[in-house]
Design a protein around this ligand. Structure first.
Ligand SMILES: *Cc1c(COP(=O)(O)O)cnc(C)c1O
Length: 229
């Protein structure tokens, strides 16, 4: 069953890349395995998947310990400052930085461990009250402040688009995130590149690819429905 899902998603990614005139290798699939049991991740691993997305610190550390170490783990969920220390040297990329306070904590823990942390800035591009993320108009200032922190590299932007019935409705938000990245890229500093655009989930990743996503985060479409979160 997982095999069929991975093949179906892969076919859709390829079709979307083709429509957009993009190369398949411009888009990285992050298999969002939150709430799913370790044997299921192992099955995805055996199918060749090496990139997993999780949103809870405890779950990441449990899964890191239980699975092979050639996996790259992506923290895609809201991160509490007091938990940064548990994952700072375990994850490839933190997608969900939306405040200077959180970035400062990441800086502190990265310095302690002697690593440089790669992060994305989470932008609340649709300005939804229920969502985390920095407002689009505050993004440039936040990035310029974080760019002074020596143990952090800002690699791009991330957004969680609204939950909609028709994924076409989210095209405008994906386009806005890309335009924001272009604006920021034009006056970038040393620790900042805008090479990553993390946008698109099961419901809307094909649209996100058409609008320039370089990372898509797909859970349900690969692992099936979750009973919570
Ligand atoms: C759960 C989650 C996803 C995956 O959602 P699906 O709709 O199951 O594909 C992607 N991004 C974030 C930030 C998530 O929390």
């Amino acid at each position: 069953m997982l095999k069929d899902n991975f093949e179906a998603v892969e076919a859709k990614i390829q079709a979307a890349c083709k429509r957009a005139g993009r190369k398949r290798d411009e888009v990285t699939l992050i298999a969002v395995s939150k709430t799913k049991p370790i044997p299921m991740l192992r099955e995805a691993y055996d199918l060749g998947n090496r990139i997993f997305g999780e949103n809870k610190v405890q779950e990441i550390t449990d899964k890191v310990d239980a699975l092979p170490d050639d996996i790259s783990w992506h923290m895609i969920g809201h991160l509490q400052r007091n938990k940064v220390k548990y994952i700072i040297d375990k994850v490839e990329l933190i997608h969900s930085v939306d405040s200077f306070r959180l970035a400062s904590e990441i800086e502190k823990e990265a310095a302690k461990k002697g690593v440089t942390a790669d992060i994305l800035i989470e932008v609340n591009v649709a300005k939804e009250e229920s969502k985390f993320g920095v407002m689009p108009e505050d993004t440039i200032e936040l990035i310029s402040n974080i760019s002074n922190l020596p143990h952090i590299r800002i690699k791009g932007l991330m957004t969680i688009a609204p939950f909609v019935d028709n994924p076409e409705d989210n095209r405008i938000y994906f386009r806005r995130l890309r335009n924001l990245a272009v604006d920021i890229g034009e006056n970038k500093s040393d620790n900042v590149t805008m090479s990553v655009l993390s946008m698109g989930m099961t419901n809307d990743y094909e649209i996100a690819i058409e609008e320039g996503a370089t990372m898509i985060r797909v859970g349900t479409g690969l692992f099936g429905a979750r009973s919570y979160r």
